[in-house]
Design a protein around this ligand. Structure first.
Ligand SMILES: [Zn+2]
Ligand SMILES: [Zn+2]
Length: 121
């Protein structure tokens, strides 16, 4: 791990919401001015393959990141105001059971994005 990669990983670990590549880049470039955004994208790809971070589909082409340590959870995403509600993995266990029973399919539901409307909308 190079210092730049460590910086990218710690930006994700220290963020308490769903940090995106641009926000990560802004933090890294403040410390390493020579880093460009394509390095950030390449590093994110690598960290993802290493299983150190998870990529989350936030809808409308937006991607956010979580550190591995935050565990698996799903996201309820309001398509109107963009609010994101984290829900525990266990919420979808019944669906996994149904898919296994009905289709003999062992679904890996780890970071699912479910779109809809929140209570304020
Ligand atoms: Zn909403
Ligand atoms: Zn989350």
């Amino acid at each position: 791990m190079t210092p730049q990669r460590m910086r990218i990983l710690s930006a994700i670990e220290n963020s308490d919401n769903h940090i995106n590549a641009e926000e990560i880049y802004a933090q890294v470039v403040a410390k390493y001015p020579k880093v460009n955004i394509s390095t950030v994208y390449r590093t994110l790809e690598l960290l993802k393959q290493l299983g150190l971070i998870y990529e989350i589909d936030l809808g409308a082409g937006h991607i956010g990141y979580h550190p591995e340590g935050r565990g698996h959870h799903h996201h309820l995403i309001c398509r109107k105001c963009g609010a994101i509600i984290d829900v525990g993995e266990s919420v979808l266990f019944p669906i996994q059971a149904i898919l296994l029973q009905a289709f003999d399919f062992n679904a890996e539901l780890r970071h699912l994005a479910i779109f809809g409307l929140c209570k304020n909308c």
